[in-house]
Design a protein around this ligand. Structure first.
Ligand code: SF4
Ligand code: SF4
Length: 167
């Protein structure tokens, strides 16, 4: 190797080192975006539309809107939802389905949201509550209608006509 080649490669090596240090220096002054979880739990910024787990929509009186039609169960591609229902008689004497149990297995859900989009009653939605870690898989199976189901109002019985005794 000639002296010229020696100094040329030395200069290239030094220049490459300077370029590398430029990148390092830039990252040194760039604001940090790494989040220290769980230390930052109080200041977490989870996107609103993040799909963490399915939940029932309850109103202020604890009523949900599920009519046990079973469409979400039918549209779920991997059997994540299991619905139990029963037939009840309404106050006007008609028969209708009533939800008994709505079981959702978070462990097999793919968060495709087909169930939510197929529910015409807007009874279910995804929440962004992402802290769902548990120690056993069976704890991922949740009953979404966790509040006690309300009884149907009983149909009023026809008034008994007083019998008039004739002597
Ligand atoms: S959640 Fe919606 S689609 Fe599913 S059973 Fe209830 S009403 Fe039907
Ligand atoms: S998000 Fe998809 S996989 Fe999960 S319960 Fe709904 S339909 Fe099934």
């Amino acid at each position: 190797m000639s002296i010229k080649d020696y100094f040329s490669s030395l200069f290239k090596g030094a220049w490459s080192l300077v370029q590398g240090m430029q990148v390092t220096g830039k990252e040194l002054v760039t604001p940090k975006i790494t989040k220290q979880y769980p230390e930052n739990r109080k200041h977490l910024d989870i996107p609103e539309r993040f799909r963490a787990t399915l939940k029932f929509n309850y109103d202020s009186e604890g009523n949900h809107k599920c009519i046990a039609c079973g469409l979400c169960q039918m549209n779920c591609p991997n059997g994540t939802i299991h619905i139990e229902s029963k037939m009840v008689e309404t106050a006007d004497g008609k028969k209708r389905k009533k939800l008994v149990k709505y079981m959702y297995d978070l462990g097999s859900c793919t968060f495709c949201q087909l169930c939510v989009t197929s529910c015409a009653s807007h009874a279910i939605e995804f929440t962004n509550d992402f802290e769902q870690a548990v120690f056993t898989r069976d704890k991922l199976v949740k009953q979404l209608n966790y509040l006690p189901e309300k009884e149907e109002p009983v149909a009023p019985k026809p008034a008994v006509q007083p019998t008039t005794e004739t002597k």
